[in-house]
Design a binder for this molecule. Structure first.
Ligand code: ATP
Length: 261
């Protein structure tokens, strides 16, 4: 089987800063990749390269055999991207916004109209369909954003911290949706800091730090290799952040200094 996403010797600099260093990854259809790493590791940068939003990289980046740099538009059609911290046009209603997204994707009205309605209903937003989003909570906005990323039924879905702000029921819904979409053969690239969720939904975990891949294995494989039973511990041991308790002590000491003044 050919990989649906292939990164070969991907390098990216921001000025003098080397933020992606020789990333090599072959991702196959139907895989759920948990892409994890400390703050500033290079996760969002990788995703932006994959989506054709950043083209000043070196190396080869192919999506379904298409070189992203050469035809970013064709690649954008194959990918559904749910970014972290996206701005919605909140003077619009969810219906108006999603209709706009569907039209940009070139979808037919008879396809997108019932789909938008069903998706909003699944997320419990049927009563808010015609309300301006400037009155929406963070979680409600996140739900609309998620729908906008999957509405055109893309083969590859890239989720950057998709559960942010969602209530417990919606988290279950999104986790189920990820498994179901993967069973249908869709490829999911899932970036998150929520280790308990990544552990459950991913069938392959790629950990990066300082722009380099430190581990690429199944959760079972990582557990066996590192002798840890939770992804949180594996993450800490690989990224040398096992000193969390010390850091908390350091923060508490900062209060003490203030108290003495
Ligand atoms: N527009 C930019 N200009 C300059 N440097 C940038 C820019 N965007 C990101 N960086 C730098 O690139 C590195 C990787 O950032 P990136 O946003 O990819 O990290 P991340 O793994 O997604 O982090 P987080 O988990 O905090 O979201 C960081 O050192 C960051 O400071």
């Amino acid at each position: 089987m050919d990989p649906i996403i292939s990164l070969k010797l991907l390098n990216k600099w921001y000025g003098q800063k080397h933020v992606l260093q020789n990333i090599n990854l072959d991702i196959y259809p139907g895989q759920v990749i948990g892409y994890i790493g400390p703050n500033g590791a290079g996760k969002s940068t990788t995703v932006k390269v994959l989506c054709g939003l950043l083209t000043d990289y070196t190396g080869e980046v192919q999506v379904k055999g298409i070189e992203v740099k050469k035809d970013p538009l064709a690649v954008k059609k194959l990918i559904g991207y749910v970014p972290e911290l996206a701005e919605l046009y909140d003077v619009l209603t969810p219906w108006e916004y999603l209709e706009f997204v569907a039209m940009l994707q070139g979808m037919e009205a008879e396809v997108y109209r019932p789909r938008i309605e069903k998706m909003l209903e699944a997320f419990g937003l049927q009563g808010n369909m015609y309300q301006r989003m400037d009155s929406f909570s963070k979680g409600m906005r996140q739900k609309v954003l998620l729908i906008s990323g999957i509405l055109h039924n893309p083969e590859i879905i890239i989720l950057d911290e998709p559960l942010s702000g969602l209530d417990a029921n919606s988290v279950i819904l999104v986790k189920d949706l990820i498994s179901k979409m993967a069973k249908e053969g869709k490829t999911i690239f899932y970036c998150s800091h929520m280790m308990d969720v990544v552990e459950k939904v991913s069938d392959r975990i790629v950990l990066i730090a300082n722009g380099e891949v430190l581990a690429d294995d199944t959760f079972e494989g990582l557990k066996e290799r590192l002798g840890q039973s939770h992804l949180e511990q594996i993450f800490a041991s690989l990224t040398a952040q096992g000193q969390t308790a010390d850091s908390a002590d350091q923060l508490m000491q900062a209060f003490e200094t203030n108290n003495q003044l």
